[in-house]
Structures are given as C-alpha cells and as structure tokens.
Design a binder for this molecule. Structure first.
Ligand code: CTP
Ligand code: ZN
Length: 162
C-alpha cells in the first residue's frame, strides 16, 4: 500500500530527510530513542505504527525531516530493525536506499552479558566482539566466550545505554 498516494494518503511526502521504512511493528519508538531523537531537537518527525506491509504483515515507519542519518548509526538501526530500509530523501526524491543489514562482526557497540567474559575484566583492554549467527532476528555470539546475545538482549542493552 502506498501511504502517500491518492486515497491511501496517511503522511505527506517529505522534502529533505530520512525515512526508515519496514520497521518491525511496535519498534518505532525504540528506534527513535536509539537514534537519539527526543522531539526536542526541532526536527519534524512523523511516525506510523502498525500499517499493513506485504513483507512484514505489519510495520512501522519513521520520517524525519531535516535529518541525515550517520552511516555508523545504520548498524545500530539494523540490530533493532533488521529488515529496515533507510531512504535518504533530497528535494522530494529518494536519492539513496540503504538496507539495514546487521554487520557480520559487531565490535564495540554491545557489551557481552557474561560477567566472566574477558571483555568485562577491568584490566583487560579487550574490545567486545560478536559474530552474527542469525540476521532476522539478529542473534550474536561473543567471539571470546561464546555467550549468545538474543534479539531481546540486544534491544534491552542498546536502549538502556541511551
Ligand atoms: N517518501 C516520502 N517522501 C518522499 C519520498 C518518499 O515520505 N519525498 C516515502 C514513501 O512514502 C515510502 C518511502 O519513503 O514510504 C520509500 O519511498 P519509495 O522508495 O518511493 O517507495 P517504495 O518503492 O515503495 O519503497 P520500497 O521498495 O523500499 O518498499
Ligand atoms: Zn563474552
């Protein structure tokens, strides 16, 4: 369903900014928090939750006028919304479509949940490093101790650190 065409109009097109589409239903607010958007920055933000999607059944969409998402934020977005498409809009046209694929190796973004892992020892300069063993939903394995980080672990940790 086109949300912005003819009778289906829900949200107007934006002129310049970022649209994150194909977000798992119910994750839009988590994603906004992760992107550090509180509403106090002055961006015009539009949010649609639980709309029909061919691919996902239901999905959420975020449109932020005036914001250009930093490339390093793409991998964080991918960890919460692994099917998301990040659309960069310039002068009403989608000029770039980035797939939010979780990186094969996630380094430095998350901490290992195993308290005995070497990456959690205060005197060891070892950066946490995980291998992605499942993409949708993301599931990561610690390269040092084998601890498995589930999607729920990942979402909880990313959000608690904002
Ligand atoms: N969009 C917008 N403002 C624009 C251009 C696009 O709000 N100036 C929105 C569209 O409504 C759509 C999303 O950005 O929700 C992606 O646009 P587009 O690539 O044109 O749509 P699709 O081809 O349907 O995207 P996809 O194939 O990724 O589902
Ligand atoms: Zn570990």
């Amino acid at each position: 369903m086109r949300l912005d065409s003819g009778k289906e109009l829900i949200l107007r097109k934006i002129k310049d900014g970022t649209i994150i589409d194909h977000i798992p239903a119910g994750q839009a607010l988590n994603l906004l928090k992760l992107m550090g958007i509180t509403g106090r920055e002055g961006f015009t933000v539009a949010l649609v939750m639980n709309v029909e999607s061919k691919k996902l059944g239901k999905k959420d969409i975020i449109k932020v006028e005036g914001l250009e998402l930093k490339p390093e934020d793409t991998s964080k977005v991918a960890l919460i919304a692994p099917m998301a498409t990040i659309n960069v809009v310039k002068n009403y046209e989608v000029v770039e479509k980035r797939k939010a694929v979780p990186p094969e190796i996630v380094e430095g973004v998350l901490r290992c949940r195993n308290p005995n892992c070497i990456t959690n020892k205060p005197n060891e300069p070892v950066k946490p490093r995980f291998r992605t063993v499942n993409f949708k939903p993301p599931k990561l394995v610690c390269e040092y101790c084998g601890y498995v980080m589930t999607y729920e672990d990942i979402v909880k940790q990313l959000l608690s650190e904002q």
